[in-house]
Ligand binder design. Sequence first.
Ligand SMILES: Cc1cc2nc3c(=O)[nH]c(=O)nc-3n(C[C@H](O)[C@H](O)[C@H](O)COP(=O)(O)OP(=O)(O)OC[C@H]3O[C@@H](n4cnc5c(N)ncnc54)[C@H](O)[C@@H]3O)c2cc1C
Length: 486
Amino acid sequence: MLRRALQPSMCRCLSTRGLSARRGGSTLDWGGKVSEIKKKIRSALPGGSWDAPYDTSHLPPEHADVVIVGGGVIGLSVAYWLKRLEGRRGAIQVLVVERDHTYSQASTVLSVGGIRQQFSLPENIQLSLFSAGFLRNINDYLAVVDDPPVDLQFNPSGYLLLASEKGAAVMESNVKVQRQEGAKVCLMSPEQLRNKFPWINTEGVALASYGMEDEGWFDPWSLLQGLRRKVQSMGVLFCQGEVTRFVSSSNRMEDASGEEVTLKRIHEVHVKMDHSLEYQPVECAIVINAAGAWSGQIAELAGIGKGPPGTLQGTRLPVEPRKRYVYIWHCPQGPGLETPLVADTSGAYFRREGLGNNYLGSRSPTEEEEPDPGNLEVDHDFFQEKVWPPLAQRVPAFETLKVRSAWAGYYDYNTFDQNGVVGPHPLVLNMYFATGFSGHGLQQAPAVGRAVAELVLKGSFQTINLSPFSFSRFYLGEKVQEANIY
Ligand SMILES: Cc1cc2nc3c(=O)[nH]c(=O)nc-3n(C[C@H](O)[C@H](O)[C@H](O)COP(=O)(O)OP(=O)(O)OC[C@H]3O[C@@H](n4cnc5c(N)ncnc54)[C@H](O)[C@@H]3O)c2cc1C
């Protein structure tokens, strides 16, 4: 009580005092005196009369060991793990170049924040299992002294995947793999499904799988900000600008089959500064391509895909922006608090959003329905025609829903096999990829960052072997098939 009563008057007193104070009836201008003394000292020192013509604090450094292109969740996770795994504090200098610090179009902040272990590939399951542990113990990783703890608003409500007669056998074998990898997933018959979730119409459902642990959704923005704050505290440098060019040297040689190949090494990254026509060169040893939906363009800047068709040199990074809609609706009669993220047999999905009888959901368009990625406008007819009908069929209460809002974002879409691309390019030797995760990059970011840092610092994967996700598969035509892509 006493402290509360005293506080306001103390504050007012401190804030009005300033550097000018009345003492013994005369006024002393301390501010003026101090700046006069400073001026004298400056003029006495060599070079003291020289003033920088403009502030250069926003410019990138002239050298960095690692330049990360893209400051989304993947780029920041790579930065975090590079600093965490460096042998000696300050051993490597890491620079993150991000062209838009508001992240207005970044996939990370426009995603729906889901995490699940219900994949078919062991690598994807392992990535999400590690990430789940990371998120669960987020403050063991991202705490910063004197800053409030990170709150991811994690909702451990699980994922519920529904399979038709046709998909039931695949679902069963996927769940077997998930359990072998340590995920807590159970299979449910239509009857068990009706008992647990009485609001579901099980018509056309032969089997369901339900994640009992480590699945649900969280706030992507909180993860992004938590990572950003942490890596800054670890000494990672940030620069707002756009990577527009790489300067590299090349070396011609023959490969094992006698074919001539050109090996390249990037020496300099050119960063075009915000609101300026100038660029700043940054010398570097390694470039990480974490530019998400735009990483195909970054690869092109390095000459990747510019050789004759059918050759390794002519193989492009098949990652491009694909527009995805998310709709939010209100439905007081809806399934309620127990709602997991439900992925329907039709491909439509939904989950609860907050506590006010709101839900969000959508469906990925088919190849023929792919919208123009030139803008982020929302197509409301897509909801009426393609999303609502299957959802209302599955959850009859959704017949009465009212759409409240919607947004669109870009998947960092790998057109080859919708899986991540991790590791160095075979010809541009010091460009490493961490991209192409399509609809599951947010949840895999903590583990992918660690994997890339292991490659850079130790030369090989130390924890999860992600070699199936290497760039070479595009040239070899070897798809990494993942059954559970939405
Ligand atoms: C609607 C939607 C729902 C999703 N739902 C989920 C989900 O539930 N779970 C999940 O795990 N994933 C989900 N995703 C996918 C996930 O969001 C992405 O895979 C992930 O965020 C990719 O992160 P990123 O850092 O690679 O990309 P981004 O967050 O896009 O970051 C890349 C950054 O690179 C910057 N950049 C690009 N070019 C340059 C350049 N030349 N110079 C400097 N900077 C550059 C961009 O400005 C951008 O900020 C969803 C995505 C969308 C769109």
